[in-house]
Design a protein around this ligand. Structure first.
Ligand code: DGT
Ligand code: CA
Ligand code: CA
Ligand code: ZN
Length: 568
């Protein structure tokens, strides 16, 4: 599937157009890119049906360009832009503080085309000498370039998801394959993945390799062997395929799912029994000095754990944070499942920066079997172009009432309020009209902990949204004293959000685990389009990584419970 590849191209076009001082077009291209990369359907199928323009944010002009690219493998418009400015614009603008115009200046003055060029120019001191730059901007580049380089190496889980799933389905459906599973960090649902590791069994491994390596979406074959191959697919994602013997499949599943630290703890447990655990199986080597020993397990994953006297450990927990001990004593959590979610407590509509109406969002939520949603458009002082004021808020209220009469779902009206230096942005007269107040911080002041604590203590906040305000691969988390913040949230009965947007996944899973007995969580999509309601699974995966059961997550409860918890 070429969704990610096309989204990246559209984003680069947006950067190029921004350099040309185009006013509206860059935003249009970025919106289209965002919607395309969150599609679960293959964009080629949509194109085949002639329905590109039905994708939100894709009008005639962008749809023609996508069509040209899909049909010819190239887009002339894009090639021309790139010929004028032959730089890796996506990579260079991923350095925090470096925008498209800066990138152009760096190219013209210093011939910076890649991140490596930029790094060496900054290290040599050439950037500081440029007009309008100086030591401070140079230092900023040096401070942030490492993260930018890393971000080139790791793809967001939510972006890799459609690509990986598409390939898994395709291999599954092909006669050359029997069992197919995606393993590695993807199976553990780490927020970012370095590559996609696929494990399979196949009647004829060489035929399976041929299918894997020769598909249309493969851009480059890095290595090809009889049982292991590596390719780069559309979207610049590396995929490794290993074909193993049926009798070893379970042991290989354990080994290649990782994490490495989890594997080491398992292996040590095996050693305690005088056994040996590796990717081929679990062997009794008690009386034997060399050779394999007697095979105890290996065909199924469950069998490997069971033979080690362990409950089967869900992949999301395999990070060596106590899961093996818990599995030994029968104390693993009964992890929350996606289908236990009943509502979504943060999403946006076209009353602020969302793409869809209240009704469209509500209908999409009904399709996803939700019982309630909380609309949380941005309050008047949010640092974005389109926000609510009192008048539009009242119009929205009327809209919501009609939708509630028409549809089999309850729409609550909330607001995403900005945490400011004096607490919350809203004046008192807002509060009585909101069902729930979601508060979040989108700036990075030096006294962020103090501000959050004040907002939670002195203002009627119900949910604290995306606590660290990080953007994975783009922006550092706030410098918050998380323990103080979580204790305050607990004292003030403020629920803490696990935001499911692919670049947020915030509260991060390690903190989720740490504070799960202190605070109540909600998992919210923060959807800005109907399609983004599907991000819920990413947030639930992080809740699972944080050892949460349904009881830890408020939006698994029926609406009446939610109402009584928040006293609405
Ligand atoms: P990634 O790709 O950086 O997102 O993270 P992983 O966890 O997918 O790592 P990867 O692709 O290098 O390897 C896949 C799994 O294979 C890993 O989770 C555990 C296993 N593995 C790889 N190398 C080693 C190793 O040296 N020792 C052990 N015990 N396991 C390993
Ligand atoms: Ca991997
Ligand atoms: Ca790998
Ligand atoms: Zn928004």
């Amino acid at each position: 599937m070429k969704n990610q590849e096309i989204a990246t191209m559209l984003r680069e076009i947006a950067d190029f157009l921004e350099i040309q001082e185009e006013e509206y077009k860059p935003r249009a291209y970025r919106t289209a890119a965002r919607n395309i990369e969150s599609l679960s359907e293959d964009i080629e199928d949509i194109h085949d049906r002639g329905e590109l323009e039905e994708i939100e944010g894709v009008g005639e002009s962008i749809s023609e360009k996508i069509g040209e690219y899909l049909e010819t493998g190239e887009l002339e418009y894009y090639e021309d832009l790139k010929a004028d400015l032959p730089v890796d614009i996506e990579a260079i603008t991923s350095v925090e503080g470096v925008g498209p115009k800066t990138a152009k200046k760096l190219y013209i003055e210093l011939d910076v085309r890649t991140l490596d060029d930029l790094e060496s120019a900054a290290e040599k001191g050439d950037v500081a000498d440029l007009e309008g730059f100086g030591e401070k901007s140079q230092q900023n580049i040096l401070d942030h370039i490492g993260r930018a380089k890393e971000s080139q190496e790791r793809m967001l889980l939510g972006r890799a998801f459609p690509i990986a799933q598409d390939i898994e389905t395709r291999l599954h459906d092909d006669d050359a394959f029997d069992q197919v599973d995606i393993v590695g960090s993807f199976r553990r649902r780490r927020p970012t993945v370095g590559d996609i590791d696929i494990l399979a069994t196949a009647p004829d491994p060489e035929a399976a390799m041929e299918v894997f390596c020769s598909h249309d979406d493969v851009k480059e074959v890095l290595s090809r062997g009889e049982t292991k191959s590596s390719v780069v697919v559309s979207g610049d994602l590396q995929m490794d395929l290993r074909v193993v013997d049926e009798t070893e499949y379970g042991a290989a599943l354990v080994y290649f799912t990782g994490s490495k630290d989890h594997n080491i703890t398992l292996r040590n447990r095996a050693i305690d029994h005088d056994w040996k655990l590796n990717e081929y199986g679990l062997f009794d080597v008690g009386d034997i000095d060399d050779g394999e020993g007697e095979r105890r397990a290996g065909e199924t994953e469950d069998g490997v754990y069971d033979t080690l006297d362990l409950d089967w450990i869900p992949p999301e927990l395999r990070e060596d944070t106590g899961e093996v001990d818990a599995a030994a004593t029968g104390d693993l959590p009964n992890l929350i499942e996606l289908d236990e979610v009943r509502g979504d407590l943060q999403l946006h509509t076209d009353y602020s920066d969302g793409s869809h109406s209240v009704r469209e969002m509500a209908e999409a939520a009904v399709e996803r079997d939700l019982e309630y949603i909380l609309v949380t458009d941005h309050g008047p002082h949010a640092p974005i172009p389109s926000t609510l004021d009192r008048e539009s808020f009242e119009e929205q209220q009327a809209d919501i009432e009609t939708v509630n009469d028409d549809l089999d779902i309850t729409v609550l009206q909330g607001i995403e309020a900005e945490i400011t230096d004096s607490g919350l942005e809203l004046s008192d007269d807002w509060y009585e009209h909101c069902d729930l107040i979601v508060a979040g911080m989108h700036s990075d002041p030096s006294n962020s902990t103090e501000r959050v604590v004040t907002a939670l203590q002195d203002f009627p906040v119900d949910i604290f949204a995306h606590p660290s305000n990080r953007l994975i691969n783009e922006r550092e988390p706030l410098n918050l004293d998380m323990e103080t913040v979580m204790e305050t949230a607990a004292e003030e009965d403020v629920a803490v959000e696990i935001n499911a947007q692919p670049e947020r996944l915030d509260l991060d899973w390690a903190s989720v685990k740490e504070y799960r007995e202190t605070v109540s969580y909600v998992v919210s999509t923060d959807a800005h389009t109907t399609g983004e309601l599907d991000f819920m699974h990413l947030g639930i995966a992080q809740a699972r990584r944080g050892w949460c059961e349904a009881s830890n997550i408020l939006n698994t409860r029926p609406l009446d419970d939610v109402r009584s918890v928040f006293e609405i």
